[in-house]
Design a binder for this molecule. Structure first.
Ligand SMILES: C=CC1=C(C)c2cc3[nH]c(cc4nc(cc5[nH]c(cc1n2)c(C)c5CCC(=O)O)C(CCC(=O)O)=C4C)c(C)c3C=C
Ligand SMILES: [Fe+2]
Ligand SMILES: [Fe+2]
Length: 328
């Protein structure tokens, strides 16, 4: 190795995963893997398996498959299509001899283990796993750490992997969000209310120590401050709850319904916990929740897309990558 050799870094962008096809069979396969993870559902297995296999999978898979069908693109599920674009955009920032970028999914394919093996075969000296979850939660980010722990538990000479835990308060991340909102307001009149809708998690997880809620509130506050928004103009809410237990509140759908009924005419919704548009944003927010707001009296509903492959998002990822590059 020459004295100025920095070492070749592999980068794996990681997101949650998505079904391979919008069919009941593939959605069932995906949900079984995802909802079978103890990080996602903590109930004792003896209690959870009968509910999952007896009720949730048989009823939810065909229903959710139809929703996936509505958003499916020619190249596949939006989450996967966008993650591929993000990896390509990030790769374009680096010489492949120095930084090699790929992506993986926690559930479904491609898996982290496969990508680590591919990158090692390409001769990388170390690997950065970048979970594309700005706000840390045990339900998402820790599941990635578990997969890494499982991988190295089967290795003698363990892979040289670092994982970037979270980036909810990075200046370049909150600036990218603020900029995307400003851009939206250049072509759409700013609304009466801006709603920051984050994916929910059960309240009990937060009570047991998950910092996710704090991270979400911090992100929203930083963005609102950058936009110089008065407190009365913005609000945080949580979406996508599942089951009967209490999740983080206020719930996005109920908040929008209440605003519609109270005479709020215009709302914009942004979903900062999602780094790529997916079922939960395109169908649940831009579809279902739009209808809820309009049906309860609202007049104008705007959806501000995720950061996806926006240049500011790619720049932020490149900044994180540079922080992990070995010094020359
Ligand atoms: C117990 C259930 C769930 C927890 C906890 C949860 C946390 C969580 N999820 C995301 C990001 C995404 N979730 C997505 C889909 C999705 N999420 C759940 C359940 C929980 N999520 C389900 C059952 C599904 C599948 C769809 C459905 O059946 O409703 C996705 C999108 C996948 C796609 O294919 O488009 C993402 C992304 C976060 C960030 C999070 C906690 C912080
Ligand atoms: Fe989810
Ligand atoms: Fe949903």
């Amino acid at each position: 190795m020459s004295s100025n050799h920095r070492g070749k870094l592999g980068v794996i962008l990681m997101n949650l995963g998505t079904p391979a096809k919008p069919t009941a069979k593939e959605v069932r396969r995906f949900l079984a893997e995802f909802l079978g993870d103890r990080r996602v559902v903590e109930l004792p297995r003896a209690l959870w398996w009968p509910i999952l296999y007896g009720i949730i999978l048989p009823f939810r898979a065909p229903r959710v498959a139809k929703l996936y069908e509505e958003i499916w693109q020619a190249e596949g599920s939006p989450l996967k299509v966008i993650t591929e674009k993000q990896a390509l955009a990030l790769q374009s920032k680096f010489d492949k001899q120095e930084v090699l970028v790929t992506y993986a999914m926690t559930y479904g394919n491609p898996k982290m283990e496969q990508r680590v093996a591919e990158l090692e075969a390409e001769g990388v000296d170390s690997i950065l796993v970048l979970p594309l979850y700005p706000q840390y939660s045990a339900t998402t980010t820790a599941a990635i750490y578990d997969q890494y722990a499982d991988l190295i538990s089967r290795q003698r000479n363990i892979s040289n992997v670092k994982i970037h835990k979270c980036y909810f308060d990075r200046e370049d991340y909150v600036m990218a969000l603020a900029q995307s909102i400003k851009t939206h307001w250049q072509t759409n009149e700013p609304p009466e209310k801006l709603l920051f809708s984050f994916h929910g998690i059960p309240r009990l997880f937060v009570e047991r120590g998950d910092p996710y809620e704090k991270h979400c509130l911090a992100t929203a506050e930083m963005v609102a401050r950058l936009l110089e928004l008065d407190e009365s103009r913005w609000q945080v809410s949580f979406q996508s709850r599942l089951g009967k237990a209490e999740w983080l509140t206020p719930y996005t759908d109920l908040q929008l319904e209440q605003w519609g009924k109270e005479g709020i005419e215009s709302v914009d919704v942004i979903c900062p916990a999602f780094s790529a548009d997916c079922l939960e944003t395109l169908e649940e927010i831009d579809g279902e929740n739009r209808q809820i707001f309009l049906a309860s009296g609202g007049q104008r509903f705007g959806y501000i897309p995720c950061l996806n492959d926006l240049p500011a998002h790619t720049d932020m990822m490149a900044n994180i990558v540079n922080e992990y590059r070995p010094k020359p």
